[in-house]
Design a protein around this ligand. Structure first.
Ligand code: HEM
Length: 175
């Protein structure tokens, strides 16, 4: 795809993502009765699972991508896999997890509770990692990555640790 066509595709994707966000927000406003709470939680957990699957798989792809020579077929294949994983799964899943998570926090807990504040802090760290991985997809796409396979193996452990902390906070609610 040439640069102009890829720019147009990005704009279309961005408009589609904003439209989805708008529909979700309006849906929440109109379906905001008590009965919607468990449904919102189910959608939240589905989005969280998809987000985490991508966050665990992407750095693993980077571990293998490091060993592929720039310009080789393997390297170009990794670029396509990384770009699609980020745009088709990780980005929309994160957006849905945030929209529904914030709604649950508002409707269910009025944003009160130590566990909730700690959970939101941990999810902000996860979102910062998301930003870092997103920038790294661009670096790999332009053959600019300078990090080693060991670096990506270590980064691969961060979402796992955060996920364990987040799930304990929301399920056990220890404080
Ligand atoms: C994006 C920001 C997030 C916010 C504001 C948020 C907030 C919430 C809230 C308020 C609930 C309802 C808790 C209840 O009804 O007892 C919930 C449920 C849940 N969240 Fe999140 N969450 C977020 C992201 C995440 C992430 C990243 C994970 C996992 C890695 C996660 C895992 C869960 C799970 C497993 C539940 C169901 C807990 C249960 O029913 O016992 N959330 N979330």
């Amino acid at each position: 795809m040439n640069t102009q066509a890829s720019g147009r595709a990005s704009i279309i994707r961005m408009i589609a993502a904003l439209a989805l966000l708008l529909v979700l927000t309006l849906g929440l406003v109109f379906l905001a009765g008590e009965a919607f709470y468990p449904w919102a939680k189910a959608i939240h957990v589905i989005a969280v699972i998809s987000w985490m699957a991508g966050m665990l798989y992407l750095p693993r792809l980077f571990v293998y991508h490091v060993d592929a020579a720039p310009g080789s077929i393997q390297s170009e294949t990794f670029k396509v896999m990384e770009r699609r994983l980020l745009r088709a799964i990780i980005n929309p899943a994160m957006m849905v997890a945030w929209v529904f998570g914030l709604w649950l926090a508002w409707r269910g807990f009025a944003f009160q509770g130590g566990w909730l504040h700690a959970k939101i802090a941990a999810v902000l760290v996860l979102s910062a990692l998301h930003g870092y991985l997103s920038a790294s997809v661009r670096a790999f796409a332009e053959d600019r990555n300078t990090k080693t396979a060991r670096h990506w193996r270590i980064v691969n452990e961060v979402p796992t640790v955060l996920m364990i902390i987040i799930v304990i906070l929301v399920v056990v609610k220890p404080f």
